[in-house]
Design a protein around this ligand. Structure first.
Ligand SMILES: [Zn+2]
Length: 125
């Protein structure tokens, strides 16, 4: 389910390669929050070569450091669309998502209470 409450049928996946190799019943596969997957997703995507795969996820963590897996996926993708948010401080295009809470966990699920969206200038200010 998306943040705006739109939903589609979905399968939970623990290990990407194992699950993706068993998908035979659809032509399009969407994978959400790819930054949380293991490296098996790279091989899994290649298994899906005869299908259309649409992946989404963050390219950087809350410190502004790239998620290695996402960088690799972007390099092998045929098309990449990088979306921007709106900076909560100045209204410019934004793609940094620093954490508002003090948690140091690499992965922390949350929305507006946990993260804000900033442009490069405000992020490094
Ligand atoms: Zn800004």
């Amino acid at each position: 389910m998306s943040h705006n409450s739109k939903s589609l049928p979905a399968l939970p996946v623990r290990k990407a390669k194992d699950r993706l190799s068993k998908i035979n019943y659809c032509d399009v596969v969407g994978i959400y929050k790819v930054q949380f997957f293991d490296d098996g997703l790279i091989n899994g995507i290649n298994i899906l070569a005869n299908k259309r795969a649409i992946l989404s996820g963050l390219d950087m963590d809350y410190l502004g450091k790239p998620f290695d897996l996402v960088a690799r996926l972007m390099s092998i993708a045929e098309y990449v669309t990088k979306l921007q948010g709106i900076c909560t401080q100045c209204g410019a295009g934004a793609f940094f998502s620093p954490r508002l809470s003090k948690s140091k966990w690499k992965i922390l699920l949350g929305e507006r209470k946990e993260y804000e969206v900033l442009c490069r200038a405000c992020f490094y200010d």
